[in-house]
Design a protein around this ligand. Structure first.
Ligand code: ZN
Length: 471
């Protein structure tokens, strides 16, 4: 007959709440093997890297301590009662000797202490975006011993990320960011759990992802996701530790905490699309997300520990050029559509539409797209139409396609009169996004023969001329 392996309550979170499992092994080693096959996460809590039982865990077979009867090789006869007894009261949420050594500078602080470090260990924090802000946030939370860190991102590591996204290195270019992040974070702290959500956060999945965490750190880089994070936090009652960066300016606050305001109380609706350029278009000082991300991590740790004066109802502005911090007071808006007295937004909406971004059916272009192969054929002709490169001057220094005319995107409107509206005009940029906007602008200004180069100079580098650097 099978034996029963009894699971102590602190470990039942790994067994789906089961207090015992049936096992058939003839030795403790075999019995534990069955347990780890069924619930792999438990292994780390019971066994050292060298395969020994951790020294704060005891195992009893029919009320006998196995240390007196052969250790892990002890025999388990049929129908035995096998119990795992953590030797420290309170179970796995207590700190192991290596953790005590690792966190000693925290534990020494009266404001943190042993209790605080245990709070950090049991905290669950979701980081949305593994970019400029998400990198320092995740590094410091991992180092501080936040027990569960979830990360949401679906991007891959690109050369242009390395100027500020300090989780990644050259050897990880092209890899999914989350895989690279997990590798670095577990190397920094193997005592914590890193949960990866390799998806775009959407209205369909946001509440389901957020519900397992105590708070959300917003490291997004676009308005639709920012409003989505805010609304999901309000609807699930989680604090939103907000950070935002652009060029040399940063913002920090803690939204939706207790009776404090949410992001929508401050900004009820987003700016029209195109008014505020993204960091990809406008640039960002590499160290800025480090500064702002560290401030977010600081607020998250204070929130977990319940210490200090949080940024609730306070809005911090940082100007890196002036080296100036400005603090504004912000208030909860009783009319706020999501957190106010009579909210009208009670479920997640279409945030792309809310932010004025055209929907799929409206996105149908009035201009043609050509491939880089077609562009090559065109440029090989003796008389070819004008090909406008709308990238920034610094990008030309990195890479350019010969025979093109340079007009940066923001100056385009001033140059329209240089062309006839029935001229054939081909537009390219780095990857096709900015040039599509310019094609649209040309169409709006009655140009009739406008073509966008799909994939931009990156595609040219990949398909036509590999000597052109990718950036
Ligand atoms: Zn609000």
């Amino acid at each position: 007959m099978a034996s029963q392996l009894r699971i102590p309550s602190p470990l039942r979170r790994f067994t789906g709440g089961d207090a015992a499992i049936s096992v058939n092994g003839g030795t403790i080693k075999e019995v534990l093997g069955e347990l780890f096959t069924a619930h792999p996460e438990i292994k780390n809590h019971l066994i050292e890297e060298n395969g020994d039982l951790r020294n704060f865990v005891n195992i009893f077979v029919n009320n006998e301590d196995i240390r007196h009867s052969g250790g892990l090789d002890s025999e388990v006869i049929d129908d035995s009662d096998v119990r795992i007894i953590p030797s420290i009261a309170g179970g796995v949420d207590d700190l192991t000797p290596p953790e005590l050594a690792r966190y000693s500078r925290h534990i020494t602080l009266p404001e943190v202490g042993m209790d605080g470090q245990k709070k950090l260990k049991s905290a669950k924090v979701l980081v949305v975006g593994a970019g400029g802000l998400g990198c320092p946030v995740a590094l410091y939370l991992a180092a501080a011993g936040v027990g569960t860190i979830g990360m949401v991102d679906y991007d891959v590591v690109d050369e242009s990320n390395l100027q500020r996204q300090i989780l990644y290195g050259v050897s990880q270019k092209g890899q999914p960011k989350l895989d690279a992040a997990k590798e670095r974070l577990q190397n920094l702290n193997p005592h914590i759990n890193i949960k990866l959500h390799s998806v775009a956060l959407t209205s369909e999945n946001a509440l389901d992802i957020v519900k397992d965490y105590d708070m959300v750190l917003d490291g997004t880089d676009n308005f639709p996701t920012r409003y989505l994070v805010n609304d999901a936090c309000v609807m699930s009652g989680k604090p939103n530790v907000y950070g935002s960066i652009y060029r040399f300016d940063g913002q920090v606050s803690v939204f939706n905490h207790e009776d404090g305001p949410c992001y929508r109380c401050l900004y009820p609706s987003p700016p029209p699309p195109g008014l505020v350029p993204s960091c990809a278009e406008g640039g960002v000082l590499g160290v800025l997300p480090g500064i702002i991300g560290c401030l977010q991590a600081n607020e998250a740790i204070k929130l977990i520990l319940g210490i200090g004066n949080l940024m609730k109802g306070r809005f911090l502005l940082f100007d890196a050029l002036e080296m100036e911090f400005t603090e504004l007071k912000i208030k909860k808006d009783p009319q706020c559509v999501v957190c106010g007295e009579n909210p009208t937004v009670t479920e997640l909406i279409d945030y792309e539409q809310f932010c004025g971004i055209p929907q799929a059916e409206e996105k149908k272009n009035d201009f043609d797209e050509i491939t880089v192969f077609e562009l090559k054929d065109i440029l090989d002709q003796d008389n070819y139409p004008v090909v406008i490169d709308v990238r920034e001057p610094f990008e030309l220094d990195i890479a350019q396609i010969g025979g093109t005319t340079h007009i940066p995107m923001r100056e385009m409107e001033n140059h329209l009169s240089e062309f006839n509206t029935n001229d054939e005009i081909i537009v390219h940029c780095k990857s096709g996004g900015r040039s599509a906007k310019i094609c649209k602008l040309l169409i709006e200004n009655k140009f009739t023969n406008v073509k966008n180069v799909k994939g931009g100079i990156l595609a040219w580098s990949k398909e036509i001329d590999s000597s052109i650097p990718q950036y």
